[in-house]
Design a protein around this ligand. Structure first.
Ligand code: GDP
Length: 329
């Protein structure tokens, strides 16, 4: 069939396989033509519809100028949906693509205001579902995501890759976004690092345990007191205009510094008790956080009342008391 019999099959470069979501759309159909012209095997995902929705592809299947003996192009369509994770996994499993082009979306801006929930599910969570399927695939896959210039919102032009996204202010709602840096207290969940440490300090202090297993000790965080931070939440809603605010102490400490402060306050040396366990390292780590809360300080007249050392002491005191109660039980 045109192959050179002198070349062993294993030396013929394998035809690349592409999967296109949104293949029935404008870009999907052009991309299909392009990839077919480059010798790809092309697969597309289509949604079930009560009407035919493959009009933009029909000419590829039924080329009116093709002589009857022309082989059909290597183009296959599969039923799947970005709202259905298992259908995506199944599709990747069957197709084993080298490249995935995610062009599927609820892409119409005006319609997104009519069906916001569906739009977020298909366009945002849908990309996540597909990426998860890509991640779990045994074969390495290259992924293309169709983003949108709509993401720039009201940010003035020209917009580049470094331009911040600006969500739309659509309905004049009084809605604020508080970007609260880490905020802790004696009520902090016990698997967050500060509370994990102070719980351990308490239990070690009263003899209930000797070791604590932690991950990355070099990470730095801007740790404030939760009680101060809820005040900032309230203040945001008392303003004349809604706004977005960073809430932070503007002071950053490493996990090791927290250990030092917490064990030190209890009269212990953290090095005698801490064991680093790789299990607590993260696939991706934010190394260092330190907030700039000048807008909140200026407009809300907010500032933190509890400092780092005071926060640590408050948590350790609480957890020594708690450990003493545990011991009695
Ligand atoms: P996050 O900043 O919201 O992730 O708050 P966490 O308190 O969970 O983590 C703060 C930092 O402590 C991160 O950089 C973690 O990697 C680091 N860390 C080190 N050891 C641990 C641990 O055993 N548990 C947790 N939760 N974080 C740890």
């Amino acid at each position: 069939d045109g192959e050179n019999p002198a070349v062993p099959r294993s030396l013929v470069p394998a035809r690349k396989v592409a999967l296109i979501t949104g293949i029935t759309g404008q870009d999907g159909s052009y991309l299909t033509e392009l990839l077919l012209s480059k010798g790809y095997e092309v697969h597309g995902l289509i949604r079930r519809s009560s009407n035919f929705n493959t009009q933009r592809l029909d000419h590829i299947y039924h080329d009116p100028h093709a002589v009857p003996s022309t082989p059909r192009p290597p183009l296959r369509l599969h039923y799947a949906d970005l709202s259905d994770s298992s259908s995506l996994r199944q599709a990747l499993d069957t197709i084993q693509p080298d490249e995935v082009y995610n062009l599927a979306a609820q892409s119409h801006v005006a319609v997104s205001f009519e069906i916001p929930d569906y739009t977020a599910d298909v366009t945002a969570t849908g990309a996540l579902r597909l990426l998860e399927a890509v991640r779990l695939s045994r074969k390495p896959i290259r992924y293309y995501q169709a983003g949108s210039s709509e993401m720039f919102g009201s940010t003035p032009p020209p917009q580049s890759e470094d331009t911040p996204f600006h969500p739309r202010e659509a309905y004049g709602l009084f809605a604020c976004n508080g970007v609260l840096f880490n905020h802790e207290s004696p009520r902090r969940g016990e698997n967050f690092v500060t509370r994990k440490i102070t719980r351990a300090v308490g239990r070690i202090k009263v003899g209930l345990q000797t070791k604590v297993f932690l991950g990355n000790l070099t990470a730095a965080r801007d740790w404030g007191f939760a009680g101060d931070y809820v005040e900032a939440m309230w203040l945001m809603l008392q303003q004349d205009q809604p706004g977005d605010y960073v809430v932070a102490t503007e002071e950053s400490h490493t996990v090791e510094e927290f250990l030092q402060a917490a064990f030190g306050y209890a009269g212990l040396d953290w090095k005698d008790h801490v064991v680093v366990d790789k299990k607590y390292f993260r696939p991706a780590e934010v190394d260092s956080l330190k907030g700039d809360s000048s807008k909140a300080r200026r407009e809300l007249k907010w500032k933190p009342k509890v400092g780092f050392q005071q926060l640590v002491e408050m948590m350790v005191d609480n957890d020594i008391e708690l450990a003493n109660k545990e011991k009695v039980l």
